[in-house]
Design a protein around this ligand. Structure first.
Ligand code: ADP
Ligand code: ZN
Length: 716
């Protein structure tokens, strides 16, 4: 009997497509097939099998669907791809598309070679050579540089050992993971937390946990213990640890390797194709026991997931804001539900949503009340910048300067935090007040020394000699602080200090970051000037002072979560100070010292702040009390965009308990030459059905695009 299969194809296509099944055995759900769309081959997923074609009078002949080497996705994984697409009001193939590369399953990995000791001892066994041999023991390194780095020797040493035949490239194969777990003695609260997670894991039950504890309270150790339990008790079963991409540092991975004796699979945007292939196939065949990744790792085709960790669960980077929009944290909850396993959301500053869920009992709260060991939380001082007399173009207050001096004199280290790279955010003409803007975006160009750059579209142009508007010479002035300007100021006021900028421009690769970390640990640096690259995942022994140049920066957006986000970021940055025995200091420079968030930071009263925020949300019916959907209407012609937005607003089916805000020009009105208007829908209940009715009959004018953003996080 011929079967027809309904296939979700990994393309931006509004519907599933039907094909004629070509397999010998019967087709089944979530089987992967090769199909052609517009003459090009793609790997699709069977979402329905139709025994008898109920539409015998199709106008066209169905094209064939060829089964792919019997690859069938585990049901919880197939369901997840379907669910994610529909929840996010996207097209049916979007979830699958996020799991594939270029619409296809990555090719099966060719055997990877690793450098391994052959057993032959070198003629002369120097200490450096011994280091290399030791390094090959438990780990696999495929290149000489990697191995040399791990052994902390020069590549010459590795080369000479290869030449002597003591080390050889071998096929890395099917050898079992050499798991060597170092157990730690957990404190009481830690042990209780780990035990609850392990119990849920053993029962194979879906339990969402909120692991709430200040930075340094030992949250990582708690979930490491749970992972250790799984690895030790079971020969199979997988763990997924999600981290914000910038927290996924070599330091973090080393800590993992130290603890477990093996290298986990890594998944993020800059992982090589080869490593991706391995991760994909090993997630599928179950041999990847632990995957550490950024949000997109959620889409790996796990076969037997037993635990998901979402570390820094409040982090905004979990939300994918372009193309297929989804919230990694929220999708992780669903992934866990489908696999019937526990999921742990960990944070020192939980999102209001998760905190509310924990208070209401929907999530199980695991609380770690204090920093581990003798470490205490740093003392936080708030400096009112309005009361400071600073020279033009200076941003370091006398209080902060004094603290910096003391820190450096005591042979300790400081971090100056400013979440804005470059020299200055604005270039303004002193003669005509013209601001130099990006021609394609409604945003000012950022001054980077000899050139200007748009931080939205990447455009870069050279520093103009005259004002582009009034043509006056030498009238342009870079206003406001960027990391480079702070660095220049430091050189002036603290010439003896050894300083370095750490931002995307100066530290672009993990190796460069590694160097910074080493220099800090060896105390070859006194002060770092850094963006949020430094706010997470790094732990410096001698860092005792954190200064925040512009603590109000995040408040400027004024969106729903501005205060919450600022609180989270400042807590995170503050947590870098005094991670060991001695108490650290934090100085926050602000123009709004009376804002409740600063009081909460100073008094370390996070919960009061969260309660206050929650009250505000309740009054307006905003999340977590109601639901939001943003619609972004965009196109090249502004008038057409406005007309479409208005029309769309008028066609919303009237319904109780919903509110529509807008249309309003987006704060970033023009982006990459597209004009953007926004509508915001608030509902009391899940909005999907209403959206369905509203949007499915909407006819879009030519050149107009609508992006639907469910549970929006960004309002730009
Ligand atoms: P968090 O994830 O909450 O920021 P960590 O798990 O990184 O905290 O712990 C902070 C520091 O304390 C780390 O250096 C960690 O190794 C150490 N630590 C935490 N718990 C223990 C423990 N039970 N035994 C030994 N060291 C611990
Ligand atoms: Zn631009």
């Amino acid at each position: 009997m011929t079967q027809t299969v309904r296939v979700a194809v990994p393309l931006y296509l509004p519907k599933t497509l039907d094909y004629l099944w070509q397999g010998e055995a019967n087709a089944h759900k979530y089987q992967m097939v090769e199909v052609a769309v517009s003459g090009r081959p793609y790997h699709g997923m069977v979402v329905d099998v139709i025994e008898e074609d109920k539409e015998p009078k199709r106008k066209y002949k169905l094209k064939p669907a060829q089964p792919l080497e019997d690859i069938t996705l585990p049901t919880p994984t197939g369901k997840f791809y379907e669910w994610v697409s529909s929840y996010n009001f996207s097209f049916p193939g979007e979830g699958l598309r996020a799991a594939l590369q270029g619409g296809k399953i990555p090719p099966r990995p060719v055997a990877e070679t690793v450098l391994a000791a052959t057993g032959k001892s070198p003629a002369r066994l120097t200490p450096t050579r011994q280091k290399v041999l030791d390094a090959t023991n438990n780990h696999s390194y495929s290149t000489q540089t990697e191995l040399a780095k791990k052994a902390e020797v020069s590549t010459g040493v590795v080369k000479s050992l290869i030449e002597e035949g003591c080390i050889k490239a071998k096929i890395a194969g099917t050898k079992e993971l050499n798991i060597q777990i170092k157990r730690v003695n957990l404190g009481t609260a830690q042990a209780q937390a780990a035990q609850q997670i392990s119990a849920a894991m053993a029962n194979k039950s879906y339990v969402p946990f909120l692991l709430d504890g200040v930075t340094g309270s030992g949250k990582t150790e708690v979930y490491f213990e749970a992972i250790a339990d799984l690895l030790q008790q079971d020969k199979t079963g997988q763990v997924l640890v999600l981290l914000p991409e910038i927290a996924l540092t070599p330091q973090w991975l080393e800590r993992f390797e130290e603890r477990f004796g093996f290298t986990p699979h890594i998944w993020h945007s800059s992982v090589s194709d080869g490593k991706r292939r391995h991760a994909w196939w090993k997630a599928y065949d179950g041999s990847a026991r632990v995957v550490i990744g950024a949000r997109s790792a959620l889409f790996l085709p796990f076969s037997d997931l037993r635990l998901i960790i979402v570390d820094e669960e409040h982090d905004p980077s979990y939300k994918q804001e372009e193309g297929f929009r989804y919230h990694g944290r929220d999708m992780a909850i669903v992934r866990a539900k489908l696999f019937s396993c526990p999921v742990v959301l960990a944070s020192a500053t939980p999102s209001l949503e998760s905190w509310h869920n924990a208070n209401d009992g929907r999530y199980k709260l695991l609380n770690l009340p204090s920093r581990y060991g003798n470490a205490t939380l740093p003392e936080i001082k708030v400096v009112d910048m309005a009361a400071q007399k600073l020279k033009a173009d200076n941003f370091i207050s006398p209080v902060l300067l004094k603290a910096l001096e003391e820190t450096v004199n005591n042979k300790q280290q400081a971090l100056l935090f400013l979440n804005r790279r470059g020299f200055a955010p604005l270039l303004i003409c002193r003669n005509c007040a013209h601001r130099v803007e990006c021609p394609s975006c409604s945003a000012c160009l950022v001054v980077h020394g000899a050139y200007l750059q748009c931080h939205h579209c990447g455009l870069s142009e050279s520093y103009p000699e005259v004002c582009p508007k009034c043509n006056k010479e030498k009238s342009l002035h870079p206003f406001g602080p960027g990391t480079r300007k702070i660095m220049a100021e430091l050189r002036n006021i603290l010439p003896q200090a050894r300083c370095m900028v750490v931002d995307k421009d100066s530290v672009a690769t993990p190796a460069q970051m590694r160097e910074v970390v080493d220099k800090m640990q060896k105390q070859e640096l006194d002060i770092l000037v850094g963006t949020q690259m430094l706010a997470k995942g790094h732990d410096f022994d001698h860092l005792m002072l954190v200064g925040v140049i512009d603590a109000d920066m995040g408040l400027a957006h004024g969106d729903l979560r501005a205060a919450e986000r600022t609180f989270q970021l400042l807590t995170q940055v503050s947590g870098r100070a005094g991670r060991r025995e001695e108490r650290g200091n934090v100085i926050l420079q602000t123009h709004t010292p009376d804002h409740p968030l600063f009081k909460a930071l100073k008094d370390m009263d996070r919960d009061r702040f969260l309660a206050l925020e929650l009250k505000g949300r309740k009054a307006t019916g905003f999340p977590p009390f109601g639901r939001l959907v943003a619609l972004i209407i965009s196109g090249e012609n502004e008038n057409a965009v406005i007309a479409s937005s208005k029309q769309l607003a008028q066609t919303l089916p009237t319904e109780a308990e919903t509110q529509l805000f807008g249309p309003a020009p987006a704060p970033l009105l023009k982006l990459k030459d597209q004009y953007r208007y926004r509508l915001l829908l608030r509902t009391d209940t899940p909005p999907h059905e209403l959206l369905q009715r509203w949007l499915l009959n909407t006819k879009l004018a030519k050149g107009i695009r609508i992006d639907v953003d469910i549970d929006p996080q960004s309002f730009l």
